[in-house]
Design a protein around this ligand. Structure first.
Ligand SMILES: [Mn+2]
Length: 406
């Protein structure tokens, strides 16, 4: 029976600056800065333990086009471990680590095969004699919008054919169109496996043939929640086995707590502490966003403590914890909804205010000046719908609080 075993990973984003986390205590920030490397180590350890035939990394190995020396040297160190075990690594570069960047070059060991900017076929004969054709290309520049998929051509003469592609499925609208493709186009190539990269969320687009986004190996912000890692794949004449292997040292999670039964600060504190314990995982850190819904604390002093002291209290002692659960954000949603109709009766001003807010809510206009600006478009990634709504709700809350105080 012909059989191959390999690891498929993507989007390592080594040495990601973890922007927006600078306010963390130094211990946690350092661990976070190290987390992409820690995840990579788990990957190489797994490859060696399972003695896979090869490893695929489907783009965005490096977070920045300057490929920081630290990132290169750590990557090199891990690749050397694989070289010592005779495990080859097939790499394409993506939009983050495209070939047009400028970097101080560190040589990679000979077991690392990097695909060039045009689609190429690489041939591998495994230790047990299976022949594998791997197809792929690296991004020559940051923005590759061509349908590169049309350049993938099956070359006969192998037991297994594997396509490596960093890009996005073009029926979705959420992402910019990088090397777009449709599932049908991939299926028509008649390959045995499609190793995709680019989308950080783990997704199985098809089972036969497997068309897989493994997601990134380490979440980088609160949008990248849940377990992150890579796939261990076994392909044979008769079946495909895929196992997800978790790699992230720190995971991002969110929890919605219904506080409607709590009438005092201490009860809310206990609810939050219970949630924190639920998320604690051995040898793994967690960044937790807590949404505290239906809060109805009447006492002014307790209310103020909720706004000013609860977060700090929840963070206490966590920074020295190996398996920490650090609340990165505490979002309190009051039960008492604003009585818009009553306010409108009080003054015309409110009628106007709410209609403006509504206008922005529906027409997606509030941030238009930012995205219409050439620099804004370049540097600010579009907000998801929920983020937009959240922003508008926060603005509304802020405005009304200000007006009440006046
Ligand atoms: Mn990426």
């Amino acid at each position: 029976m012909k059989q191959i075993s390999f690891i498929h990973a993507a989007d390592l984003h080594l040495d990601s600056p973890m922007a927006g986390l600078k306010h963390l205590p130094a211990e946690l920030f350092n661990r976070t800065k190290e987390s992409t490397f820690t995840s990579l180590q788990k990957l190489t350890q797994t490859a060696i333990r399972l003695q896979v035939d090869f490893v695929i990394i489907a783009g965005d190995i490096f977070d920045g086009e300057d490929r920081s020396l630290k990132a290169q040297s750590r990557f090199r160190k891990e690749m050397l471990k694989l070289e010592a075990e005779g495990i080859p690594v097939y790499v394409v570069h993506g939009n983050h680590d495209h070939l047009n960047g400028s970097w101080v070059h560190l040589d990679m060991p000979k077991n690392v095969y990097v695909f060039p900017s045009e689609v190429e076929t690489m041939k591998l004969t495994t230790k047990s004699g299976e022949i594998v054709h791997l197809y792929g290309f690296s991004y020559p520049v940051r923005h590759v919008v061509d349908r590169k998929i049309t350049e993938y051509k099956k070359q006969e003469g192998a037991d297994f054919h594997i396509g490596i592609l960093h890009g996005n499925e073009s029926s979705g609208t959420e992402h910019e169109n990088y090397a777009p493709f449709t599932i049908k186009e991939l299926e028509e190539k008649n390959f045995d496996y499609w190793a995709l990269g680019h989308i950080h969320k783990r997704m199985i687009l098809s089972e036969t043939p497997p068309i897989i986004y493994p997601g990134n190996i380490q979440g980088r912000n609160k949008k990248e929640t849940g377990a992150k890692g890579f796939y261990h794949v076994i392909l044979s004449d008769v079946e495909t086995k895929m196992e997800f292997c978790e790699a992230s040292d720190i995971i991002w999670e969110e929890v919605h707590i219904d506080a409607s039964s709590a009438h005092h600060f201490h009860e809310i504190l206990k609810l939050c502490q219970a949630a924190i314990q639920q998320f604690r995982k051995e040898n793994q850190g967690t960044f937790l966003t807590i949404y505290l819904n239906n809060v109805q604390i009447e006492d002014a002093l307790e209310r103020r403590s909720l706004d000013h002291s609860l977060l700090e209290l929840l963070q206490e002692n966590e920074k020295d914890e190996e398996s920490f659960v650090w609340v990165v954000e505490l979002i309190t949603v009051q039960k008492q909804q604003i009585d818009k109709e009553q306010l409108k009766k009080e003054a015309n001003f409110y009628t106007e205010l709410f209609s403006i807010i509504e206008h922005y809510e529906h027409k997606d206009r509030a941030l238009a000046p930012v995205y219409e600006h050439p620099l804004g478009r370049k540097y600010v990634s579009p907000l998801a719908e929920t983020e937009q709504r959240e922003l508008i709700q926060q603005a509304e809350k802020l405005l009304i609080e200000l007006l009440y105080e006046e």
